[in-house]
Design a protein around this ligand. Structure first.
Ligand code: HEC
Length: 438
């Protein structure tokens, strides 16, 4: 048994090393380091009505975003390490799954997960929701794919393989799941216990998506996307990237496939002709995750720059970052203050104005002189509520000098630091001025 987990462990190390490498390669300017997430955005999903997105990060947090407003609605902390997969349910709930093997169900507005329906013995790599929206499928590096009834009840194992599973989807009729694994096979597994259909591809399958008409698009470790009929017969293929495919998505109308390669390119492929229509070029690369936005022609990508970005899939136009929050009055009033630019990254989660209210983070109005964890009407993490810190320019500076994880262990604020002492001083001066403390 012990040998069984060595491959996933190795993969896990490689993934982390690679992530660190890529993060270094694309290391942004200091002010830019403080965006929603403290690490690359590893997973992305959009709610069926197209309003909210959920992102999962290497920094172990997940964030719910109001896409139109460009605001973080809440930060979800329930994993010990990378959040590898996320899903949005039809009933408004969200699912996160992580390298820690946990699968967590969240209801917006609640700080703690509502349920922990299953825990795998190794990282969970992918999630899928059944066409009738009643079940969730999970795929893990422990070799199993499991089915979780979303109304409650026991999860069950649908299939067990010897190697790690990377990808999962439901067939269009919902009666089988499709898995892709490190062993280089695509499997169609009937949920009634019938015989599995195995399509040998000889190369790890990293991601897959199933269209409404049953076609399966699989992204491979050599950069190819292969399209299969619902029963596993290949129809055609296209080289979408020069590097392994890390994410595959299907447009809501089913006409386009988006495929992201590990070094960052995103190809938009015409599903019928299997020709690359365009390759997204612009900021935010490398891309680690993607999701189309229902009801629109937008594609959302999550990447190494810790941002969620919006693109028009039909033209390739970059529409901007999701967290370009509508600036608060104070930001507009003090736009020339050198700290305003540093604070811009905080504004996805924090307001400064008396009537700004709480976002994903508590309002910072009145923060100077306030005891930690006491802003009215905000659901602080238990860790913060028990701490003995009064916020001053000095303590806030310390918070971002050593980072929230070190200064306030157990906090749900994503890890971020301001490494330039000048920026740090400007930031706390700005907060004091903007909130009327000076
Ligand atoms: C992605 C969202 C997010 C971003 C970006 C963010 N924060 Fe936070 N922040 C939070 C959350 C969530 C909390 C509450 C933490 C808890 O309850 O554990 C918090 C708490 C705080 C607190 C403690 C407040 C209190 O009343 O005790 C301060 C101070 C703070 N943040 C300042 C900042 C500053 C300054 C920045 C930018 C450099 C920033 N935050 C960026 C989400 C964020």
């Amino acid at each position: 048994m012990s040998g069984m987990f060595s491959i996933p462990r190795l993969l896990s190390c490689l993934t982390i090393a690679l992530a660190a490498c890529l993060a270094l390669l694309v290391a942004p300017a200091v002010a830019q380091e403080m965006r929603g997430h403290g690490g690359p955005v590893r997973a992305l999903a959009v709610a069926p009505d197209g309003s909210l997105a959920i992102s999962g990060s290497f920094d172990s947090s997940a964030i719910l975003w109001d896409i139109e407003q460009g605001l973080a609605v809440s930060v979800l902390r329930g994993h010990d390490s990378s959040v590898n997969a996320v899903a949005a349910l039809a009933d408004g709930r969200f699912v996160t799954a992580g390298e820690d093997g946990r699968v967590l169900l969240w209801r917006p507005g609640r700080a703690e997960p509502e349920a922990r329906p299953v825990t795998h013995e190794a990282p969970v790599a992918a999630l899928a929701i059944s066409p009738d929206r009643r079940s969730l499928a999970t795929a893990s590096w422990d070799g199993t794919a499991r089915i979780v009834p979303l109304a409650g009840g026991e999860a069950r194992v649908a299939t067990t393989q010897r190697g790690p599973l990377n990808a999962v989807g439901f067939t269009a009729d919902g009666r089988s799941i499709v898995t892709g694994g490190h062993d280089g096979a695509l499997r169609i597994v009937p949920l009634d216990g019938g015989t599995e259909r195995v399509v040998e591809l000889g190369l790890p399958v990293n991601a897959l998506a199933v269209a409404g008409d049953g076609e399966i698009a699989a992204g491979l470790a050599d950069g190819r996307v292969i399209v299969f009929s619902g029963n596993g017969v290949p129809r055609g293929e296209i080289r979408a990237a020069e590097t392994p495919i890390v994410a595959v998505g299907l447009s809501p109308d089913g006409t386009r496939i988006a495929a992201a390669g590990i070094r960052g390119s995103v190809a938009i492929i015409n599903r019928r002709s299997l020709a690359v229509e365009r390759v997204l070029v612009g900021p935010g690369l490398p891309v680690w995750s993607l999701a189309f936005r229902p009801g629109t022609e937008e594609l959302l990508t999550g990447g190494g720059d810790r941002l969620v970005r919006r693109w028009l899939a039909t033209t390739g136009e970059h529409l901007g970052a999701v967290i370009l929050a509508k600036p608060s009055d104070a930001l507009t009033r003090l736009a020339d203050h050198p700290g305003a630019e540093v604070f811009r990254a905080c504004s996805a989660c924090h307001t400064l104005d008396p009537d700004g209210g709480n976002r994903a983070g508590p309002t910072l109005y009145g923060v100077i002189g306030r005891r930690i964890g006491t802003a009215a009407g905000y659901d602080f993490s238990p860790a913060l509520r028990g701490m003995d810190i009064i916020w001053t320019k000095e303590t806030i500076a310390r918070l971002f000098e050593i980072g929230p994880t070190a200064y306030t262990p157990g906090t749900k604020m994503p890890e971020q630091r301001v490494t330039d002492p000048e920026d740090l001083k400007d930031l706390v001066d700005f907060i004091a001025k903007a909130t009327g403390a000076e």
